[in-house]
Design a protein around this ligand. Sequence first.
Ligand code: GDP
Length: 545
Amino acid sequence: MDDLNSAVALEGAGAIRDAELFSADRGHLKRRTFAIISHPDAGKTTLTEKLLFESGAIRLAGQVKERGERRRTRSDWMEIEQKRGISISSSVMTFEYDGLVLNLLDTPGHADFSEDTYRTLTAVDSAIMVIDAAKGIEAQTLKLFEVCRLRDIPIITFVNKIDREGRDPLEILDEIMSSLALDVAPITWPMGMGTDFRGIVQVAGEGPVTLTRNTRERESFDSLEAFASDPALAGDSVFGPSIEGLEIARSSLPAFDVEAYRAGHLTPVVFGSAMREVGVRDLLQAIGTFAPSPLPQPALPAPIEPSKKEVSGFVLKIQANMDPNHRDRIAFVRLTSGVFKRGMKLKNVRTGKDMKIASPMFFFARDREIADEAVAGDIVGIPNHGTLSVGDTLTEGSALTVTGIPSFAPELLRRVRLPDTMKTKQLQRALNDLAEEGVTQVFRPVIGSSWLVGVVGALQLEVLVSRLAVEYGVEIMLEPSPFDTARWVDADDAAELDRFVKANQGDLARDREERPVFLARNSWELSYAQKNYPAVRFSATRERH
Ligand code: GDP
């Protein structure tokens, strides 16, 4: 452990020191743990930076850029990331706003990385959906929204880029209602768009309204009526039609109802421009006011209440080699109950082994720092050498197992060819590491000696080959495999499963945890097996544990 501990760069900025935030019974009420979902290019990165900036986590505009460069340096090992200009690794950012601790989990934007993204969404209590005002709901947004809906994750919508020509705000609200079957409640409303853009007004309540032109120019009015009839605005033809639109929205939409939002039936909508820092503060306020604090975590034998005294948490992600200078391997653990303290011993329920958490870390906008304390909702990074896997539950001793963290059936299967057979051991270790991280799945066919790797998207294959070469010094080639898909198999009746396994040796493999997996050459073969073995379950997703 020691080499890992000293490898952690400790920098002073950003520490959370307010003792109240870690109070045993109330600390978790001050947490908001959320993710941003969007289609690539809608403005997620820009919005993330502005959220950090607005909250004071990044103090100078110049640092935003610096952060980008540092991040790039940090991920130098990922040549592909640079070549393609996309962000492959997801991470977590913790910052304070208005007496709250906000934990923002970054979800990779590329469609290929849905598996990682899905898992991230199992570790948040709410989400921000960013939509481009000109494009509306796009494919990837819809896909991610469906994942949120499965768990009824409450969503706040940010309609971005209203400083450019976009669709009419009423049309955008209509699209959200019809394509997502969600009620909408605007919190801000645009006064013109594109070259006519004059700012946004807050419209949620009955009281005073603020016209925000940009970060520095804000004007308050006693009421919406006072704003609408302000003589200073009468000379500008943009305001009249915008206020008309707003009044139509107010008279035709249901009133904002925080319970409907928390149940996942209604989305508050902030119209804004991340680039111009308009609506960002409104969004932060909406998160602080409406977004739920940590919810009970589904687990067996019973859900874990965040107010429970015993510390518990689960591994949502493993990331290796974040720092190119040090071979570090960090498990991101979402705490689900208790007040975690540095140096604590926690038990990995899967292996039954205790581990002392000597150097837990918090991740801030630019830095990581030792976490002395953390509560439910917080994400701490735990350096480890392979003892923790995605989905593992950690407790102070209880045999609790967190549920609902899926693993997906791969859609692409390839056979691994290793020209240098001297490197078999390294390959095995590397494949195991990357499987633990969730980059790929690894299968060992029951008959034959070569490994099969499975991924959900093609880009993951390139990542695999590149990381094996760069990080482990193992050159491999990927060859086509005769198989098209894989299904985890199990049955209530062990004899039935045994019968299936014995009869299908040639099409069977074991996953990393020795679970049987059926490899099918095509969908016909899969349905044939399903028909012949009705007592066997063929699962496309497998919950870890
Ligand atoms: P991501 O792919 O969702 O992370 O999107 P980015 O944050 O990288 O933004 C994509 C592009 O949209 C970049 O060129 C941004 O500068 C631009 N952009 C983001 N927000 C705004 C906005 O509010 N207004 C305008 N006009 N452009 C924006």
